[in-house]
Design a protein around this ligand. Structure first.
Ligand code: TYM
Length: 340
């Protein structure tokens, strides 16, 4: 467990690099709301716009996407008076601490990151320096708040291990247990929601096929159509979850059902075992529409008033800065910089 000397605090972030997906909702947002509602941790949630610009973003679209992401957080149940909700670029401490961590992290650590390898691919010479340093900024996001717990989907696991390595190296180099060794909070049936077209790929906002994902702003008809066309095998659902081991597309739909219903995948099998896809898919679509419909409606309502969203983000940024500024200032002292 994380060092108990630190206040129990949750930090997590979502990139505003396009519309959010059902994967973001089930793997992250819904769990952010659960952690807020549990009331055991102070919760800090961030729209990580500085991470988004590590790849090209059209400026006008980016502004709209930041507001849309904020609307998604609130519509999903994040209460900006209980949790801190803001966008990263408004709190300069993230970029400032990231610089210190750029000097702590090693090139080799960054080069090993799967996301770097996937995103930069064969064109790493053309990739931005920001994309390479991305995980150091992510460590700064988390450690600027001395966060002890970070809820994320499975794909972020390696970045969180790097965050622990950066904290440990900093603490070791400067001889002080200043940064917590953060615990990732990953789990449940939605830790890795897969594409609806290919059960071996994760559902992603950057997939070229829109049919591969459910977007938070899809309407009921489109959601039903996407589940109807979701790729599956011809076999009906078996009696136990275990039997889905080698059926990735089928397992994904069961996992999505379980996560939305808030039940274990075994309970889905107990109820739907033996059903064919013609029976199960419409029930899955119905559950998705019931779950997502109110969130989409609320998002659309909130986005009609961008000034109100901006006000919420700015208020959240002020509260975030109150926590991050003294931690950054203490970091500067530890490093030996002369700060005010
Ligand atoms: P991002 O913006 O890609 O995704 C946001 C969150 O959604 C989760 N997620 C998924 N979970 C399950 N199934 C999926 N198909 C799926 N797709 C996305 C992600 O795991 C993530 O939790 N680097 C991060 C953003 C970040 C961050 C942070 C997160 C920046 N700083 C500090 C935590 C703490 C990212 O790109 O997430």
């Amino acid at each position: 467990m994380a060092d108990t000397a630190f206040t129990p605090r949750v930090f997590s972030g979502i990139q505003p690099s396009g519309g959010l997906t059902l994967g973001n909702y089930l793997g992250a947002l819904k769990r952010f709301v659960d952690m807020q509602d549990a009331g055991t941790h102070e919760c800090v949630y961030c729209i990580v716009d500085l991470h988004a610009i590590t790849v090209w973003q059209d400026p006008k679209a980016l502004t709209a996407q930041i507001r849309e992401a904020a609307a998604a957080f609130i519509a999903a149940g994040i209460d900006p008076s209980r949790s801190i909700l803001f966008n990263q670029s408004q709190v300069a401490e993230h970029a400032q601490l990231a610089w210190i961590f750029n000097c702590v992290a090693r090139m080799g650590w960054m080069r090993r990151m799967t996301q770097w390898k996937e995103k930069a691919g064969k064109h790493s010479e053309e990739a931005s320096l920001g994309l390479f340093a991305y995980p150091a900024l992510m460590a700064a996001d988390i450690l600027a708040y001395h966060a002890t717990h970070v809820p994320v989907g499975e794909d972020q696991k390696q970045h969180l291990e790097l965050t622990r390595d950066i904290a440990a190296k900093f603490n070791h180099d400067f001889g002080e247990e200043f940064f917590p060794i953060t615990e990732p909070v990953i789990g449940g049936p939605a830790a890795r929601v897969m594409s609806l077209r290919d059960g071996t790929k994760k559902m992603s906002k950057s997939d070229p096929s829109d049919m591969s994902r459910i977007n938070l702003r899809d309407d009921a008809d489109l959601i039903a159509q996407k589940f109807r066309k979701a790729r599956t095998d011809p076999e009906p659902l078996p009696g136990t979850y275990e039997e889905l081991k080698d059926r990735p597309e089928a397992r994904n739909l069961v996992d999505i059902y379980a996560a939305m219903a808030g039940i274990e995948p075994d309970a889905v099998m107990a109820e739907h075992g033996g059903a064919g896809w013609g029976q199960f898919k419409p029930q899955l679509a119905e559950l998705a529409v019931e779950t997502m419909g109110p969130i989409t409606g609320e998002m659309n309502r909130l986005m009609d008033d961008p000034a109100e969203i901006d006000r919420i983000l700015s208020g959240g940024a002020d509260r975030a800065r109150e926590i991050a500024a003294p931690i950054l200032s203490r970091t500067y002292d530890i490093v030996g910089l002369v700060s005010k």
